[in-house]
Design a protein around this ligand. Structure first.
Ligand SMILES: Nc1ncnc2c1ncn2[C@@H]1O[C@H](COP(=O)(O)OS(=O)(=O)O)[C@@H](OP(=O)(O)O)[C@H]1O
Ligand SMILES: [Mg+2]
Length: 404
């Protein structure tokens, strides 16, 4: 018995996180019944592998994800600064976002693969190198490679030889995975909120990790989001400073620090229980979410505050620290949500005590591949307010359908 117990516990402590989930399930269901008589141990079996995942540690993966997103944010900031300083004519040019998008994906992909060696590295990401491999893109590719090398060198801890154009293309193409319900998959949006990026507004670098179809960690780098929160989570004087890094690991809460590396602070969603006292976030772009429908729902809930419209998953970050209470997103008919637009944001909010669901009240399912395939829209709020919000959403959707 002693051998069984010590072998099982050692297995829990030392093996790879994914193996640990399987091992824990195997351990609890195989050995725990035999240990019942040892009352002092009081080991309770997890109900399912999600519970098992909640006692896993993804510390190394999280530290690497934070580093990758911070460096990618540095690359994006550099490009955005140059864009904003350029003349009006070049501001209508979309190439800066192209360069930053590919550059960000190459940096994150390269760091994850280099620092977390695994036989089955899998990355589901927004970009692929198809267009960049064309003859007319050679100059753009060289700009991207230069930026990627400068960014990796700026970290100081990186002891890497310069990447070639081909290395950069290969790193970008690592993001072609289809994801799914088995094994681990990184999920990346290298620049979420491309329109916000071009306007000089909000955007995010969003990175999540799926393990057996569940999001187990998430990092959101929001280079233009003010550090000062309306809920007062940051005590020291941050006044006009911008640049937030949110991060969450399953079962351990959500934290925020400045992108330049301040001490992390634990954050929590708003505790507002009365809908009329709530404020709500929605997409900046009317083409991305039905503003007339959210206005109808807000009216039904007697929400007095006007909508707060910001781009990208920065909305999830802002909600996780209580800047607002509700986030609603209703894309136009036919739009298919991608997993990289929600994976990191979803865990950042849920670990801060919030709930994310589709318009039918179902949790988002990240296990089906690159798309979410959900019902109608996405709603987010705290646990107390969710039933009221869901009721108002469903009534409004019915009224809207019957008026067509
Ligand atoms: N037609 C349509 N409908 C709904 N959503 C769409 C649509 N087109 C794009 N997208 C996705 O929206 C992502 C931008 O996030 P948001 O919609 O939250 O922000 S905002 O509209 O920029 O304010 C945006 O992310 P990025 O492409 O990474 O910028 C898209 O994935
Ligand atoms: Mg996106």
């Amino acid at each position: 018995m002693a051998i069984i117990l010590s072998t099982a516990l050692l297995g829990c402590i030392y093996v790879h996180p994914l193996t640990r989930i399987l091992y824990l399930d195997h351990y609890y269901y195989t050995y725990a019944p035999k240990l019942k008589s040892i009352s002092s141990l009081s080991l309770k079996p997890p109900r399912n592998s999600v519970r098992a995942a909640s006692i896993m540690s993804y510390d190394k993966e999280l530290a690497t994800a934070k580093k990758a997103c911070s460096l990618a944010a540095r690359l994006c900031q550099k490009v955005q600064r140059a864009l904003l300083q350029s003349d009006v004519q070049s501001k209508s040019d979309k190439s800066p976002v192209t360069v930053a998008d590919y550059g960000s994906q190459a940096v994150v992909s390269f760091i994850l693969e280099k620092e977390l060696p695994s036989r089955s590295f899998s990355l589901v990401a927004e970009e692929d190198s198809g267009d960049l491999r064309k003859e007319e893109s050679q100059e753009t590719l060289q700009r991207i490679t230069k930026l990627v090398n400068e960014t990796l060198a700026s970290d100081g801890t990186e002891n890497v030889s310069l990447l070639s154009d081909e290395d950069v293309l290969t790193a970008i193409d690592s993001g072609k995975s289809e994801g799914g319900s088995f094994g681990q998959h990184w999920v990346l949006d290298p620049i979420d909120g491309t329109k916000g990026f071009l306007r000089g507004d909000q955007y995010a670098i969003a990175l999540g990790l799926l393990d057996e179809g569940k999001v187990v960690l998430g990092v959101l780098a929001c280079p233009n989001l003010p550090l000062q929160t309306s809920a007062g989570h940051v005590q020291h004087n941050v006044q006009d400073k911008v640049g937030c890094l949110f991060f969450a690991q399953v079962g351990t809460g959500t934290y925020m620090q400045s992108l330049d590396g301040s001490q992390p602070t634990k954050v929590d969603v708003s505790s507002t229980e009365n809908a009329e006292d709530a404020s709500f976030f929605e997409s900046f772009e009317a083409a991305h979410s039905l503003h007339d429908l959210t206005s109808m729902i807000a009216k039904k809930l007697s929400i007095k505050a006007p909508p707060v419209r910001i781009d990208s998953q920065a909305k999830y970050g802002a909600l996780s620290r209580g800047d607002g209470t509700i986030y609603m997103r209703f894309p136009h008919r036919g739009y298919r949500e991608k997993i990289w637009d929600h994976a990191a944001g979803c865990i950042v909010v849920t670990e801060a005590g919030g709930v994310v669901s589709d318009a039918a009240g179902n949790p988002l399912d990240f296990s089906r591949g690159r798309y979410l395939d959900l019902d109608t829209g996405i709603i987010v709020t705290n646990q107390k307010l969710m039933p009221t919000l869901l009721k108002a959403v469903q009534e409004s959707l019915k009224e809207k359908a019957s008026s067509l």
